[in-house]
Design a protein around this ligand. Structure first.
Ligand SMILES: Cc1cc2nc3c(=O)[nH]c(=O)nc-3n(C[C@H](O)[C@H](O)[C@H](O)COP(=O)(O)OP(=O)(O)OC[C@H]3O[C@@H](n4cnc5c(N)ncnc54)[C@H](O)[C@@H]3O)c2cc1C
Length: 472
């Protein structure tokens, strides 16, 4: 997800961004510690502020790992407890098709000044810079919209972005769909209009227009610069951070008891005690109540957990014996009759020289795809590509996907500004839950919710809070 920017589509058409290589930093993790210290404004690591302290971190995604390494570098004893048999959480790279396929996070969103970009550089990653000009949209039958049609749609989206909040007039019960129906109902009737709406809003925010808040849909902040795919797989970043940390895999946490003096964490296998606990499980897991807090989280946090949306986004990666689509574009678009039905496709020919399309279902269609069995999904994908490319379209050789909404350790894709929520809800989740208990994760980031960098920064923030609590 990239936090909303009204002109993202226009930028795709206008920006010309090239590729470059990243040299591994000779300082490696040391450089990371220094850049983190510069970001957080403390020298906790250098001071050994965590010496003698024991901290349990629940969840080995980017938030948990960045919290753990911040604490470990400050001298604390840290154990990470992870439910799955792998680290990375919603960074999940699958190599079964012969090249790295990303079921979860795919891009470093905005390379300039992004802490995840810094980490990738330190880890010696091989980046592929997405070129926003390399992008081609098709309609059923294989035709392409004309330039003026795309221009009109871009203007319409600009108008929606400008007028939506004014049109909502403080009415917190209105969805983005409600105000679009007032501002530009025709857009919702045109395939190209629906394609743009799903590309810019439903795909980025992982929610249907009908669930997005008309007041807050454009919240959040962004980093500048191109989006980047890591050619060796995004999972190299969690692996890089986890190196040397004590991670216990395959151990779901069931209950967290906390007092003014410490915490006890009950997993399916053991009971662990510590001075502090940082909980980074996804918002979907917090919403489900499958993890019990004793005593419960403060009322304000319970309300924020209910209010913030936790969305759906489904990526389906399809291998063919050869590419039958244009090989150069980094993205293909499909402006079909059903909004959200594989409107965007990442083309893996330029990235990995592989005949693979990662097809993205968004809005209500993401839920539809998660509910499909493998045969129905293969039929749907094949029918859509036939609509786009006619007889040239081949039958898939293999299909891989991960239904995040059905995954018990995620129960959705990422957080979004739901009708019921206000941006401050994210800040409410970032505040200490109790003297010895702190939440972290993308959903606790006011500026960067729904992203890997939001998760990484939230982990650092939670670790700093734990270190500061000790000092105070
Ligand atoms: C389809 C999709 C596409 C995305 N695309 C992008 C993108 O291109 N760019 C981007 O920046 N972001 C993207 N994101 C968002 C990004 O992946 C997340 O914001 C980020 O990875 C979240 O990190 P986290 O540490 O907060 O949570 P997670 O990575 O989910 O980590 C939480 C961990 O807690 C564990 N856990 C859950 N329950 C328990 C329990 N009871 N006990 C112990 N452990 C538990 C989980 O297994 C998991 O490992 C995407 C996400 C999805 C799903």
């Amino acid at each position: 997800m990239r936090s909303m920017q009204p002109d993202i589509l226009r930028r795709r058409l206008l920006l010309m961004l090239g590729s470059a290589g990243l040299a591994a930093s000779p300082l490696g993790r040391l450089a990371h510690a220094q850049s983190r210290a510069a970001r957080t404004g403390t020298a906790a690591a250098a001071e050994g502020a965590g010496k003698g302290m024991k901290v349990l971190v629940v969840g080995a995604g980017m938030a948990g790992l960045s919290a753990a390494i911040t604490l470990a570098e400050a001298g604390a004893e840290v154990i990470i407890i992870e439910a799955r048999d792998r680290i990375g959480g919603r960074i999940f790279t699958d190599r079964s098709l012969g090249v790295p396929i990303e079921h979860g996070a795919n891009f470093i969103h905005g390379f300039n000044g992004n802490p995840v970009a810094e980490l990738a550089t330190e880890a010696g990653a091989s980046p592929f810079f997405i070129d926003n000009e390399q992008w081609q949209v098709f309609e059923p039958g294989g035709t392409e919209p004309r330039d003026f049609e795309l221009d009109d749609v871009l203007d319409d989206l600009d108008t929606i972005a400008e007028k939506a909040t004014e049109e909502a007039d403080g009415d917190a019960s209105l969805s983005l769909l409600d105000v679009i129906e007032i501002i530009d109902p025709v857009l919702l009737k045109e395939p190209i209009g629906n394609w743009a709406l799903t590309d810019v809003y439903e795909g980025d925010l992982a929610a249907p227009l009908s669930k997005l808040s008309a007041l807050h849909f454009d919240g959040g902040d962004v980093f500048d610069g191109p989006d980047v795919v890591l050619r060796d797989g995004y999972d190299m970043l969690p692996a890089y951070l986890a190196d040397g940390l004590d991670v216990r895999l395959g151990e779901p946490v069931r209950r967290i008891l906390h007092t003014a003096d410490g915490v006890t964490v009950e997993t399916t296998k053991a009971e662990l005690k510590a001075d502090h606990c940082i909980v980074t499980v996804p918002l979907g897991v917090l919403k489900s109540g499958s993890l019990v807090f004793d005593p419960p989280l403060p009322d304000k946090q319970v309300k924020a957990i209910a209010a913030i949306g936790f969305g759906r986004l489904s990526k389906v990666s399809v291998l063919f014996d050869e590419a039958f689509w244009p090989e150069d574009p980094h993205f293909l678009g499909f402006a079909g009759p059903v909004r959200g039905r594989f409107a965007d496709m990442l083309n893996l020919v330029p990235i990995h020289d592989a005949p693979v399309l990662t097809m993205i279902a968004s809005g209500d269609y993401a839920e539809t795809v998660d509910a499909m069995d493998d045969a129905a999904l293969a039929a749907d994908v094949t029918a859509l590509l036939r609509d786009m490319f006619g007889e040239k379209a081949r039958a898939p050789k293999a299909i891989v996907r991960h239904a995040w909404s059905r995954d018990p350790f995620a129960l959705g894709a990422y957080s979004f500004p739901a009708i019921s929520a206000v941006p401050e809800d994210h800040a409410t989740l970032a505040a200490p839950s109790a003297p010895r208990l702190q939440l972290a994760g993308e959903h606790t980031s006011l500026e960067f919710f729904g992203t890997v960098h939001g998760a990484l920064l939230s982990g650092e923030r939670a670790a700093e809070a734990v270190l500061a609590a000790r000092k105070g």
